[in-house]
Design a protein around this ligand. Sequence first.
Ligand SMILES: [Zn+2]
Length: 160
Amino acid sequence: MSKEKKDKKISFIADCMLGTLAKRLRIFGYDTLYYTKIDDGDLVKIADIQNRVILTRDIKLTERKLAKSFIVINSDILENQVIQIEEEFGISLHGLPKISRCLVCNTELVKATKKDVIGKVPPFVFLRHRNFTYCPECNKYYWPGTHYKNTEVQMKRKAD
Ligand SMILES: [Zn+2]
């Protein structure tokens, strides 16, 4: 295996039933596509074109010709799903989140300075944090802390 290939991170596409698992993968920096609504045919096509591993609860989906790389997730329970992925790929989805990828749209976050976030984050957040990141796709700011695990807070802020 070439170094380039070895260093290249694995990427995923999750089916409609695995939204929470998809979010967990994003929290840990893994490029994971997820659509609340997508045709099975389109899903396997995207996986094939973009070289993504399909994560699915639906064995029928894996019988499609374009479904070349996939994992059938055995459980409905998130923690079991997480453990299955960890064992399957030798990765860790526990511990400190990475904050490198937008939880909502999967875009890679860019660094933002304290100056950038003036007036964009709540005052207590501004005062307590130094490191911020930004999603250029949905104009959202992230910072280290529990909010990253709680997307609802983010969504609320977006509506302001
Ligand atoms: Zn985003």
